[in-house]
Design a protein around this ligand. Sequence first.
Ligand code: FES
Ligand SMILES: [Fe+2]
Length: 442
Amino acid sequence: MAVVQPRPTIVHGPAPVPAGEITAERYVSSDWLADEADRLWPEVWFFACLVGDVATPGDFVAVEIGRESIIVTGTDDGVAAMFNVCQHRGARIAKGHGHTEMLTCPYHGWRYRPDGRLVVVPENQLFPGGVDRARCSLPRLRAEVVGAMVFVTMSDELPPVREWLGGVAERIEPYHVERMRLIGDQTVHLDCNWKAVFDNFGELYHVEHIHPQHQELFDCPTAQVELFANGHTGVVIEGHTVNSRMDIPTMPTVYQKMSLERFGGDPAEYEGRILDVRGDIQKLKRDRGAAYGYDYSEMSDERLSDIEQYNLFPNTMITVLPDDVLIARARPHPSDPNRCLWDKFTLVRDPDPAVAAAAGVPYEGRTDVDRDRPRPEHDEFTHEDVIAGRKTMAMTIDQDIHYIRDIQAGMHSRGFNHAVLNVEEARIQHYHDWLDHTMGVR
Ligand code: FES
Ligand SMILES: [Fe+2]
């Protein structure tokens, strides 16, 4: 097995405190979870929903973050966000996502416009002097859009989200995720702390051990780790190649074959030289992308073959490839540190004959794309559903889910003190240092 040294980590924004010990408390303590509600969530921008789900005035999405619930809506002025709490007696107004002219509280029927303004109070004369509509409108929150994602903050102090993301927004935007189509919307209820599952997506050290299929897809040992200000992190992994710690196969892997054939290449030509596939995939996509209906004009050659993943502090991961994107999000349980929600949104870029037409080349891409397909239904299931194979979030994530319950159990052990991290796990350390800083722990 070849010894491969990782690339030195690129630090764009160092942590504001020295590296601290990551002890079990933050994963198992109810007090810590309650502190997060007071000292973490009100101090960050968080990914609330996809722009596509609030594109039309009257569209709404309700999202729970721990003990808070937020409504994001489409309005005549763009997107709006507000607390999902009726100003009459505190009922939750909206659930899930949908479209409505009026957000109507199910308890006594107070009705609010999509921008949160209270407009209807049944039997208004019962309230002495009537209800002050302005004062009893839904408390608004700041909402801003980056690409396909709506971010919300409870803070009036934080800078705009693009600034707060510290350079990560500029990394993501050339992929134009907002032009992609949502094909999967899943939530699994996991038996672990929300940070335990998020940590799992902050390192590649485990990949060779629990995701053996990845050695024929990516070269994780040479991945480039990056640390950004405000706790965000990234990693760039070469794709359409093989793990450089393994023996190089003679023939292209099944994944390389698929990619070559998709863009008109001949896998047989690569016998004995499969390390040329990555560069040639870049060339094929560059030369033939437009004919196949893909606009790669804003992407570097490396981006045509490689995979980039950004962990947006404090709970959202976005994995970007040229033609598909995965956005995943960990959400805390309102009261139990041993449980959380893990959401996964899957998006794909449909080939578009207009891209070929604009480039002045004949269209050679797929003709079976159904552009009018409805949005997929939200699917929600349990940890056990995944373990038992009744539900899947794709092989790799299922493999992660298989182990994460045991890790949470380990955090409760008297035999565990604190995590011991290697250089490749720098993203986890960076994340927790910013977490400590944000919560005022250190
Ligand atoms: S709590 Fe909403 S109308 Fe009464
Ligand atoms: Fe994993």
